[in-house]
Design a protein around this ligand. Structure first.
Ligand SMILES: Nc1ncnc2c1ncn2[C@@H]1O[C@H](COP(=O)(O)OP(=O)(O)OP(=O)(O)O)[C@@H](O)[C@H]1O
Ligand SMILES: [Mg+2]
Length: 212
């Protein structure tokens, strides 16, 4: 399965979620490839900041032909995650076209909800070529018990794309993770790790649903 993290809004959490989903899937004994298709190279930077090898393979591949090349490159892997740049670009398009599932991280702010419409347009365009691409919003940096947290779900329900039940909260552990280790490596039992675990379960179970 190929999961692309896509959002034209900068800083919404694409790289953070791509890295954490990659690790969480790898923890269940699956071979995982993380493709860094963002010329900023955040995922590659994350991997090279570590002293040891990451628990999954990370490669840089900011190529406009990802959708064509990935089936061959990913043959040895069970799951592929693609991290993408925050711009309408050939790279953003090829990464969506390559996907079985596109996850769109959205922060609880009106700016992010408005910006989501551009990402949705890109996905709709890609569906013209590949109708079975699935897509879902993931709320990231949720601040518990806030009005804006609840409002964002309602605002997103205006789109045809569903919102995953499991949101990811705003947590220091996630910003610390940018220095090369996932929240699971820092503490397997933290709230952040538990959230990622539940998110992965939801994502994998969604992929088993034929139509949605
Ligand atoms: N749930 C979270 N809690 C706290 N900090 C977070 C969370 N998610 C992301 N961050 C932090 O927010 C910043 C932006 O996140 P990230 O780099 O993952 O976004 P992005 O969508 O990949 O950005 P870009 O569009 O520039 O590629 C990073 O510093 C990251 O550590
Ligand atoms: Mg990024």
């Amino acid at each position: 399965m190929i999961i692309t993290l896509s959002s034209l809004k900068g800083g919404s959490g694409k790289s953070t979620l791509a890295i954490h989903l990659a690790h969480a899937i790898a923890q269940s004994n699956r071979r995982v490839l993380l493709v860094d298709a963002d010329p900023q190279g955040s995922a590659q930077g994350w991997a090279s900041a570590r002293e040891d090898k990451p628990p999954f393979t990370v490669i840089g591949m900011a190529r406009n032909t990802l959708h064509r090349d990935l089936p061959d490159i990913s043959q040895d892997y069970d799951h592929v995650l693609i991290d993408t740049p925050p711009r309408v670009s050939a790279l953003a398009r090829t990464a969506i076209l390559a996907a079985d599932l596109v996850l769109i991280p959205v922060q609880p702010s009106s700016y992010d909800v408005w910006a989501a419409s551009e990402t949705v347009t890109l996905i709709d365009e890609a569906k013209g070529f590949k109708p079975d691409i699935k897509a879902a919003f993931v709320i990231n940096r949720r601040i518990p018990n806030t009005v804006i947290g609840r409002d964002v779900e309602e605002a997103l329900s205006e789109y045809e794309i569903p919102t995953l039940k499991q949101a990811i909260a705003q947590r220091v552990a996630f910003s610390e993770a940018s220095s090369g280790y996932t929240v699971m490596e820092m503490s397997a039992t933290s709230s952040a790790s538990k959230e990622i675990g539940k998110l992965v379960k939801e994502v994998l179970s969604l992929m088993e649903v034929k139509s949605w």
